[in-house]
Design a protein around this ligand. Structure first.
Ligand code: ZN
Length: 332
């Protein structure tokens, strides 16, 4: 049993309370490898933004949960070396699917876990979430739960059918489970193909798809029922079209990839939404630069020569999100 506190990590409680009160949101960036982690920490340290490092099921099977935990511990020390005196870094399990997975993360030093029972019948979601909360809270680890179903695919999280969170359920759910934050479904979606072309309109000039707006009315209803309660948005990449273009111009094939427009996320960040998950955008940034380097320098075979520029681009992306979308700069 290792406490996250010994590793220099923090949980989400105070961070979220400040974000809700201050009208901004905390970035939750997924990481799977060293370059991504370096980019996240450099961006957060440079901009003095609290940050949530997310580990998904896919990341755990790709990189190993133990290794990722030690990387996060290293990230705290790295942040200090970068001059960030009091780094506000959370290590969070993304989409935990069983009590055992959540427990194993709590036991090895995660400071926050998500238990995603959103695909279960309501009562089973309540029971599972409550069990995780009771365990995690003994160690001051915070718990994110989910109500409502998102569309799209991200790692092994797939949902054929989405439905919005039902505002009439949120008071009952949060009071019965004791969860610290709630992920809701208001039209965001996992992956780089968030909407089918028939759900969108097409910009006549550029031919780029314009997605349907998020359900801000549902968000407002939820905020009315749970004033000040921390709300989380998953699947909130914007799928920057400049990266899609670079990928497609350099041998890639991502037709009609579409995300959530940044102005909608900016609006959400000012509300009780205090955690916004971004994963696909950094995958796109990395892929765009790697493809470009390979295309322009076919003789290159030193991974540092393509992963290095990819890392710099990811840092640029993360800083952009922190400053221009979430508003979390200068808050840590
Ligand atoms: Zn998610």
């Amino acid at each position: 049993m290792v406490s996250y506190k010994e590793l220099g990590l923090v949980n989400t409680r105070e961070m979220f309370a400040k974000a809700v009160a201050g009208g901004y949101a905390i970035p939750a960036f997924n990481f799977n490898n060293m370059e991504q982690l370096q980019a996240i920490i450099k961006a957060a340290a440079t901009k003095r933004s609290p940050v949530i490092l997310q580990v998904s099921k896919g990341a755990r099977s790709y990189a190993n949960q133990t290794l990722l935990r030690y990387m996060a511990q290293g990230a705290v020390e790295y942040a200090k070396e970068l001059g960030w005196e009091n780094p506000q870094i959370v290590l969070h399990l993304d989409h935990g699917d069983t009590f055992e997975t959540c427990k194993s993360c709590v036991d090895m030093g995660f400071s926050s876990v998500m238990i995603d029972g959103s695909a279960l019948p309501y009562d089973e979601n309540v029971a599972l979430t409550k069990k995780v909360v009771e365990y995690a809270h003994q160690f001051d680890v915070t718990v994110e739960a989910e109500l409502g179903v998102l569309a799209g695919v991200e790692d092994e999280v797939a949902a054929e059918e989405s439905h919005y969170t039902r505002p009439e359920e949120v008071i009952d759910f949060t009071s019965k489970t004791g969860c610290d934050s709630l992920a809701i479904s208001i039209g965001t979606s996992h992956g780089a193909y968030k909407f089918k072309p028939e759900q969108c309109t097409r910009d006549p000039k550029t031919g780029i798809l314009i997605p349907p707006p998020l359900a801000f009315d549902v968000l407002a209803e939820i905020e009315k029922k749970l004033p000040g309660f921390p709300i989380v948005l998953h699947g909130s990449s914007s799928v920057p079209q400049e990266y899609v273009k670079i990928i497609n111009e350099n041998g890639g094939k991502l037709p009609d990839a579409v995300g959530i427009p940044e102005e909608q996320l900016r609006k959400a960040a000012k509300s009780a939404v205090c955690k916004i998950n971004i994963d696909s955008d950094s995958r796109l940034a990395m892929t765009a630069i790697v493809r470009k380097v390979f295309n322009e320098k076919p003789g290159e075979f030193d991974p540092r020569k393509y992963l290095g520029p990819a890392r710099d681009e990811m840092q640029k992306l993360y800083e952009h999100k922190i400053v221009n979308v979430l508003g979390s700069d200068g808050k840590a």
